[in-house]
Design a binder for this molecule. Structure first.
Ligand code: GDP
Ligand code: ZN
Length: 466
């Protein structure tokens, strides 16, 4: 890993916008930019204060490339922790490329993916999990995901881990001290206090591991399948849920339209309706008769909405009950919501009769009129009830990152070995090995333990310029 050179990259998305930002960071950042920048007041960039803005021109010898605004960050007072210059130029891709090419010729190197953030980490501006949160923050597209990324970036998660690691480290040194005095049979590390710590660590680790399921939901959304025969009102219901008229609804089954992945956000949680193309495009009767197709959709979902048309249900309910039973038996762990749609076509007595027949099935039952938008709020609440959002509301730490999850699992395994060692009264030298190993996995999360390969993996997931 080379860190003593100066890197350049476009920080804004590629393509033309009103303004683009070219970011330069490294020991010679100011030097290199000053070489190609002509201030309108003829100021020398090298002599300006940190955190100042300067208007002027980027020039390739005599040729003016663009009029730009330059932001100066001197010393370690920047995102990367090294001298940085940000050039705000006009958004044309041609101008962006010209400026970057010019700086490359002056001696800059093209930044690799995530290198600005990696430098920030290596210069101690943030710990590893905070750096990873930057990537999540950029990708976050809903309230809850954004809140999570912000929390992690402020260090909520790694603070907790770092504290536990510190305590564990303390015990590790005491126990290792015992080894030096082994023939005298002394115990510097108070075993009952140590046992307390080991318990506490296990408790925290388990809670963090549990939170991963919630974190995953928040980050990626919950895939929901709407299944049911053609014309029962799936598209209409989806529209009612999304509160819009995007899907084409018709009496003719199989109305074609372009695929859009639909996401419904309820209290910050994203519900993704999977395979809505299936709902909107090919509702071929022959195809949908086979229950196989339905099962395929259900496979990919976490929540299943099974839609029936009220009138058909009235006349053929036994057949439908068998169908619901099949799904229930095949996917016992998947939340299943049976929806009787078009209730506007039923009398109250008819509806009650259907409801009482379905009671025996012990499924979640909702009644809607997608067309008249009744029962929609209740359905949304039911969807939300499948998500444990408590942790989010209580502002607890939530793990969203697979790498952290893996390290936490390994740390827990090691701590359990330590616990076992304590229970079995094993010798301090053996216990010390397990403790060291646990410390290692804790350190992996916060970045106190790193290697080039690990860093390479993490930062290559970033885009260039970040
Ligand atoms: P899909 O094939 O399951 O997607 O069904 P559609 O959403 O395309 O609806 C088929 C037809 O049923 C359309 O004419 C809708 O207007 C109608 N429809 C949908 N929901 C209701 C409802 O709640 N009540 C009534 N009366 N008609 C509905
Ligand atoms: Zn449809």
């Amino acid at each position: 890993m080379i860190l003593n050179d100066t890197i350049v990259a476009l920080a804004t998305p590629s393509g033309a916008g009103a303004v683009a930002i070219v970011r330069v960071s490294g020991p010679n950042a100011i030097e290199f930019v000053a070489d190609v920048f002509q201030s309108i007041k003829n100021k020398d960039l090298r002599k300006q204060k940190t955190h100042t803005l300067h208007l002027g021109f980027i020039k390739d010898d005599a040729k003016i490339i663009d009029q730009v605004l330059v932001s100066l960050f001197k010393g370690t007072n920047s995102y990367t922790g090294e001298p940085t210059v940000e050039i705000s130029c006009h958004g044309s891709t041609f101008i962006q490329q010209q400026i970057i090419q010019l700086l490359l010729r002056k001696g800059c190197r093209m930044a690799s993916a995530g290198e600005f953030t990696m430098r920030s980490f290596l210069n101690g501006k943030m710990d590893l999990s905070q750096a990873e949160a930057v990537a999540d923050l950029i990708a976050s597209d809903n309230e809850a995901a954004h809140q999570l990324a912000m929390q992690q970036m402020r260090g909520g998660f790694s603070n907790e881990i770092a504290k536990l690691r510190e305590e564990l480290l303390n015990f590790a040194s005491l126990i290792e001290l015992e080894l030096d005095f082994s023939e005298e049979d002394v115990e510097f590390a108070d075993r009952s206090a140590f046992r307390d710590l080991v318990n506490r660590i296990q408790f925290v680790l388990k809670r963090l591991l549990d939170s991963f399921a919630v974190g995953n939901v928040i980050k990626n959304g919950i895939p929901v399948a709407i299944v049911g025969e053609p014309n029962v009102g799936k598209s209409t219901l989806l529209n009612a849920l999304l509160n819009e008229e995007r899907a084409i609804v018709s009496d003719i089954a199989g109305t074609t339209r372009d695929t859009i992945e639909d996401e419904l956000i309820i209290e910050g949680i994203g519900f993704r309706f999977i395979d809505t193309a299936g709902i909107r495009e090919t509702e071929d009767i022959v195809e949908s008769i086979g229950i196989q197709k339905t099962f395929e959709k259900i496979e990919q979902a976490q929540v299943v909405l099974y839609l029936f048309e009220s009138l058909k249900f009235k006349t053929q309910n036994l057949e439908y009950i068998t169908e619901i039973e099949k799904v229930k038996n095949k996917y016992p762990l998947k939340p299943l919501v049976v929806i009787i749609n078009k209730v506007d076509l039923l009398t109250d007595e008819e509806l009650q009769r259907i409801q009482s027949q379905l009671e025996a099935l012990e499924v979640k039952l909702e009644t809607t009129s997608a067309k008249h938008k009744t029962g929609i709020e209740e359905l949304k609440n039911t969807l939300l009830s499948f998500v444990n959002t408590g942790a989010l509301r209580n502002n607890e730490t939530i793990v969203t990152n697979t790498r952290h999850y893996d390290s936490l699992i390994k740390a827990l395994e090691e701590i359990q070995k330590v616990q076992y060692g304590l229970d079995m009264n094993i010798s301090a030298d053996l216990m010390a090995i397990d403790i060291r190993q646990a410390l290692y996995y804790f350190g992996e999360i916060t970045g106190q333990v790193t290697n080039d390969e690990l860093l390479g993996n993490i930062f290559s997931n970033f885009c260039i310029g970040k």
